[in-house]
Design a protein around this ligand. Structure first.
Ligand code: UDX
Ligand code: UDX
Length: 458
């Protein structure tokens, strides 16, 4: 069959896989190929057990795989055949050299640019999907045009705003699609080609365009603003605990002002995920680079409050449990960085588990989707950790439960049964404020929510 366009995506990760699945699903007239250097990952994409858990993703992949969506490791072949190449390789925080701990590590990005340059035999549109420092497109253009073969490349910025756990809905009904391009004739033409792809299912007024640098910066700024809301509410939760105010009431009162809005004000044990911390640090590094030290410090404080919140949670546990956790058995309800995903990257649960292990506690980790990743995260330090899928079994014989992920499953458990199976006095530390605290207290638990007075029997 002849397809209207050949689209390639390099990087079959959390972003590349679902995004391409939706493009293929919405646009049967295009052939979409996803390549990755990791052959195991590609094998998983071609199996019944996809490497990414997202509600609704399985069904879509089953419908389009082999029809107009293909996964393979033939990167060079893919580059030759495609007219449009999305680049979605990872850009983690640099761990070495200049900017270590802050800047984005662009080695995979640059390697990919060089690969495209070497293999391309015809003009291409290159789309930055990965989150990148501002002006990375310029570096990409320079690499691509370094080979004097006369091939035209247009580099677009098209950051992805999907959130994990809701990726399919976010992709099908995005608040906006952002496309940044050079404001030249060729740049605008490339931009229009990408607009045409999204216009297959996204209303045109939701496809917004800008220059390349604004688009690159918007992605970093959007994530920084979202994370800032969480750190703002989490910082106020600490004050609530000192003053007997209630964070739910405060968040409600603040969020019902339509200028503020009520979303993303859920107090928590801290934010996690592969993006927030990485992108804020990246923003901080950029500001430092331009000697904007006050701006850098402002955004760095969002990460600082997040560290504070995670640490505060552990310290509260230690204090509540008579200042020692040695030999105590603590059950972690949830290890994923948020509900509806198996992803544990930068999950607050990793930090908390490590701190509890340092305190010589024994841990039982339960999570409906993230146990495989939890095992990897705690590999080498988990001689006193066990992993159990069933929360009831996991809680047996424990001194305390810490809710670390807001899985719906945990809201409706039979806590009477759980209480009976635990060591007394039994504690619950609700790091997501999702449980009915009064009811738990009546059952007999000592209950420690976030940003609310504790309910204890002492
Ligand atoms: C993406 C973006 O790339 C990142 O910048 C953004 O902030 C979040 O989303 P994500 O899809 O979550 O990252 O990353 P990951 O799941 O690690 O997927 C990246 C894939 O690229 C991996 O499967 C990796 O094997 C592949 N890759 C990496 C290549 O194929 N080639 C490389 O050179 C490097
Ligand atoms: C985020 C952005 O939302 C998305 O637009 C971007 O493309 C990638 O980064 P993601 O990290 O997948 O998405 O999840 P998100 O829903 O933003 O949650 C991030 C973290 O913040 C999670 O740990 C979550 O539990 C926490 N969170 C979120 C809170 O603690 N409180 C809230 O009110 C919302």
């Amino acid at each position: 069959m002849n397809f209207e366009k050949n689209i390639l995506c390099i990087g079959a990760g959390y972003v590349g896989g679902p995004t391409m699945a939706i493009i293929a699903y919405k646009c049967p007239q295009y052939r979409v190929t996803v390549v990755d250097m990791n052959s195991e990952r590609i094998a998983e994409w071609n199996s019944d057990d996809l490497p990414v858990y997202e509600p609704g993703l399985d069904k879509i992949v089953k419908t389009v795989r082999g029809r107009n969506l293909f996964f393979n490791t033939e990167i060079e072949q893919g580059i030759k055949e495609a007219e449009i190449i999305f680049v979605s390789v990872n850009t983690p925080t640099k761990t070495f050299g200049a900017g270590a701990g802050l800047a984005a590590d662009l080695q995979y990005w640059e390697k990919t640019a060089r690969q495209i340059c070497q293999c391309a035999q015809s003009p291409k549109i290159i789309v930055e999907k990965s989150t990148l420092p501002v002006r990375t497109a310029l570096a990409m253009e320079r690499i691509l045009t370094s080979n004097d073969n006369g091939i035209r490349f247009d580099v677009l910025s098209n950051p992805e705003f999907l959130a994990e756990g809701t990726a399919i809905n976010d992709l099908e009904n995005p608040d906006r699609v952002l496309i940044g391009s050079r404001q030249t004739e060729s740049g605008l033409k490339a931009r229009d080609e990408l607009v045409e792809i999204y216009a297959n299912w996204v209303p045109i007024e939701r496809i917004i365009t800008s220059d390349t640098w604004s688009s690159e910066l918007s992605k970093l700024a959007a994530n920084a603003f979202l994370a800032q809301r969480i750190s703002s509410i989490n910082s106020i939760s600490a004050l609530c605990e000192k003053t007997d105010a209630n964070i739910t009431d405060v968040a409600n009162a603040v969020g019902t002002d339509s200028r503020v809005g009520n979303r993303f004000l859920n107090v928590s044990v801290g934010f996690g995920g592969s993006c927030f911390e990485k992108d804020i640090l990246n923003l901080v590094y950029l500001c430092q680079n331009y000697a904007l030290h006050e701006v850098a410090d402002y955004w760095a404080s969002v990460v600082k409050i997040n560290e504070y919140q995670k640490n505060r949670f552990v310290l509260n546990m230690i204090t509540a449990m008579f200042n020692t956790l040695v030999g105590k058995k603590i059950c972690l309800f949830g290890f994923a960085f948020k509900a509806n995903t198996g992803d544990t990257r930068e999950s607050p649960a990793i930090f908390i588990a490590k701190r509890l292990i340092e305190e010589k506690a024994e841990l039982v980790v339960t999570d409906p989707k993230a146990l495989k990743n939890a095992r990897i995260d705690l590999n080498g330090i988990d001689s006193n950790v066990s992993y159990m899928e069933d929360p009831y079994e996991a809680a047996v014989g424990c001194h305390a439960i810490a809710i670390l992920t807001e899985w719906d499953l945990y809201r409706n458990l039979e806590f009477e049964k759980i209480y009976r199976s635990m060591i007394k006095p039994a504690f619950i530390f609700d790091g997501r404020n999702i449980l009915d605290h009064k009811k738990l207290f009546q059952i007999g638990f000592n209950v420690f929510p976030i940003g609310k007075p504790a309910l204890t029997h002492f």
